[in-house]
Design a protein around this ligand. Structure first.
Ligand code: DGY
Length: 321
């Protein structure tokens, strides 16, 4: 039996599995554990089940000590984990790919429609009791039928968004990816382009790349300047992929039509961030994977990853690089 620290309460289907085999402590706070406490809590642990909001670095691994066998992230993204530090210490790292694809793709589609059709300002109008008449010229949005969708990062989630928008709205699909994606090309005639060409041609740009040194601030002032004035930019990947100050400028100068963000930098977004006051910027509190189905499966996968690592077996969903 090993000692395991779980940094937030997760669905019981995963916790019960872990608890049947290990000595598990769950952080019950509404906010993530403060850093000092986190370092203390992991001491002597064989496994840590972490959230994307926990910084899992060399200091934390050293604080856990030589008993540490695995870090199981309750997320598909793992940019919060220093993978090299884990490798150096023979600590396995796991994530939860696949099971949140549909949930996150649905949120991206929701943001495309909601940002493109001005849901944010329109809902605000009703809530502030400002709705007076049927207005011929208010909240005029974008239509998507037959237009072009640019997918930045044609992985599982990008593919699922393209499938929905091509099948449902007949959108032409262009994409960027490190490699050619034959399935996307044969299923919905997707065309691979360089980023600049994708930005120039797309009416909707949806970001699905992981956060790496190469993708940090991938969409800055120059890139926003290439986009169409009717364009809708959607981000369900990581906030750091967009230069937020540049996006706020582009929106205030109406260089693009709207943005829909499920992720920001930092999270939660600062009270003073200019994006908060942009009517055409719709912001969700990182709910891409927030369905019961996805979270139950994420909990099971993360628990299984940790159990395997503590037993000295390869994690079923281990990260390899
Ligand atoms: C992930 O799992 O990386 C997602 O961002 C969660 O919504």
């Amino acid at each position: 039996m090993g000692k395991v620290f779980v940094t937030r309460r997760i669905p019981s289907v995963g916790l019960e599995r872990l608890e049947s085999l290990h000595d598990v402590e769950v952080w019950e706070g509404q906010d993530p554990p403060p850093r000092d406490l986190l370092l203390e809590k992991v001491r002597g642990c064989s496994g840590v089940l972490s959230m994307l909001s926990d910084k899992i670095d060399a200091q934390l691994m050293d604080s856990a000590g030589p008993s540490l066998r695995g870090i199981a992230n309750f997320a598909v993204g793992y940019n919060n984990i220093d993978f090299q530090a884990a490798k150096d210490r023979s600590v396995q790292v796991g994530n939860t790919p696949g099971v949140l694809t549909n949930a996150t793709a649905d949120i991206a589609v929701g943001l495309i429609l909601a940002a493109g059709r001005c849901f944010g300002p329109a809902i605000g109008n009703v809530q502030r009791f400002e709705w007076r008449n049927w207005e011929p010229m208010m909240f005029l949005g974008q239509e998507f039928e037959g237009k072009t969708l640019g997918i930045v990062g044609m992985g599982r989630i990008g593919h699922a968004v393209a499938k929905r928008m091509h099948g449902g709205w007949g959108m032409r699909i262009v994409y960027t990816a490190r490699d050619q994606k034959p399935e996307a090309e044969s299923s919905f005639h997707a065309t691979r382009l360089g980023l600049d060409d994708l930005l120039r041609q797309s009416d909707v740009v949806s970001l699905h790349c992981p956060l790496t040194d190469q993708t940090r601030n991938l969409i800055g002032a120059r890139e926003l300047g290439l986009m169409k004035s009717n364009a809708v930019l959607v981000n369900t990947a990581r906030g750091e992929v967009i230069d937020q100050a540049a996006l706020a400028d582009a929106l205030s100068q109406r260089r693009i039509f709207a943005a829909g963000l499920d992720v920001t930098t930092p999270e939660p977004i600062d009270r003073s961030d200019p994006l908060r006051s942009q009517a055409q910027c719709l912001i969700l509190p990182h709910i891409g994977s927030a369905t019961q189905e996805a979270r139950d499966q994420m909990a099971t996968m993360a628990a299984n990853n940790l159990i395997a690592a503590i037993e000295g077996q390869p994690m079923p969903f281990g990260v390899t690089r």
